[in-house]
Design a protein around this ligand. Structure first.
Ligand code: ATP
Length: 312
């Protein structure tokens, strides 16, 4: 069983409008509401690929209940702890021929007791887990080191953690004594972490940047590069993964879908090339769908066979 952690889930609301009028009334007839947050996208993709997965994290209020109902409707297993505050909404307004304006709530602020209750619950769930993914930003009230504490608990039971976060929580995880098994920054997140520009077209430089001692002790660093695929470090080995040219419909959530692919392949102890090909194929399949964090498994083999992985 793969366990996915989403500490700050949201109801993702997509409002489609021909034209967004500012300082005026906009009436919306095309509304979509889905269980969101990066970790829930990871969960949905693993489930769509027919692999066993359970979602955990923190939910609250009626919006939290809505998310649990949605997961039930999709027959996705879940086990969240509950807080005395409402889970957040994230609003994406799709307008004016391809524009996307987002309104993202910060979400609840957790108390020390909320954090402890989740950690205890997480520890119990580890007994039925062989790999963990942790995705997204942390809610208010949790220190940037919170993910590292969870990593330490998983490590005690010999369970690998794939971490997809950014900013202070990524920096804290990289610095921590308890390293995640894998991180998946995109080029911008890697640049922010290193404090220098990352150029997705300069792979020799990227290879050099991944030899930074800050990555020592992290088994896999997978830098996703959008339509350019990915560049990865596994131990002392470096790989370039290239993907075929496609017409992307909606690339949002491709990183989450990539994490789903990495988790599925690593949970099955696949070889390096298969791990990267599975990840790239899942990311690419997500871009072909209008729904964020969604893949059609029927097209998996077709694209998997077109992804190339070269050791550098
Ligand atoms: P997000 O934050 O939207 O989830 P990300 O920035 O973390 O995404 P990306 O590097 O954009 O992640 O994309 C992850 C993977 O998805 C890529 O490595 C690639 O396999 C696939 N992908 C993304 N964009 C495209 C695209 N335009 N065409 C084909 N594949 C894509």
């Amino acid at each position: 069983m793969i366990l996915t952690v989403t500490m700050n889930p949201s109801i993702d609301m997509a409002y489609a409008l021909d034209h967004l009028k500012i300082d005026d009334v906009n009436r919306v007839s095309d509304v979509r509401k889905t269980a969101g947050g990066k970790g829930l996208n990871v969960t949905r993709v693993i489930h769509l690929m027919s692999q066993p997965v359970k979602a955990t994290g923190v939910l609250g209020g009626n919006f939290g209940k809505f998310i649990e109902d949605q997961l039930d409707n999709d027959s996705i297993q879940h086990s969240f702890t509950h807080i005395n505050q409402e889970t957040r909404n994230s609003i994406a307004i799709l307008h004016d021929g391809g524009k996307q304006t987002e309104l993202l709530e910060a979400g609840p602020t957790l108390s020390g007791a909320d954090a402890q209750a989740f950690q205890d619950h997480f520890d119990a769930l580890l007994d039925e887990t062989n790999l963990v993914t942790m995705s997204g930003s942390l809610p208010g009230g949790l220190a940037p080191s919170f993910y590292s504490e969870l990593v330490a608990h998983a490590a005690q039971k010999g369970i690998k953690v794939l971490l997809d976060t950014s900013g202070a929580s990524l920096a804290a995880a990289v610095k921590s004594e308890h390293k995640p098994f894998l991180i998946k920054p995109n080029d911008e997140e890697l640049g922010n972490l290193l404090g220098e520009k990352v150029d997705r077209t300069d792979l020799p430089k990227l290879q050099q940047q991944l030899q930074d001692p800050r990555f020592d002790g992290i088994d896999w660093v997978v830098v996703s590069l959008g339509s350019k695929g990915a560049f990865a470090k596994h131990g002392n080995k470096f790989y370039q993964a290239a993907i075929p040219k496609i017409n992307a419909v909606n690339p949002v959530g491709s990183g989450d879908s990539t994490i789903a692919g990495l988790a599925m392949a690593l949970a099955q102890d696949k070889d390096d090339a298969t791990v990267l090909k599975t990840a790239m194929t899942c990311g690419l399949l997500n871009t072909l769908e209008a729904t964020t964090g969604f893949v059609n498994p029927d097209h998996f083999d077709e694209y998997f066979n077109q992804v190339t992985v070269i050791e550098k």
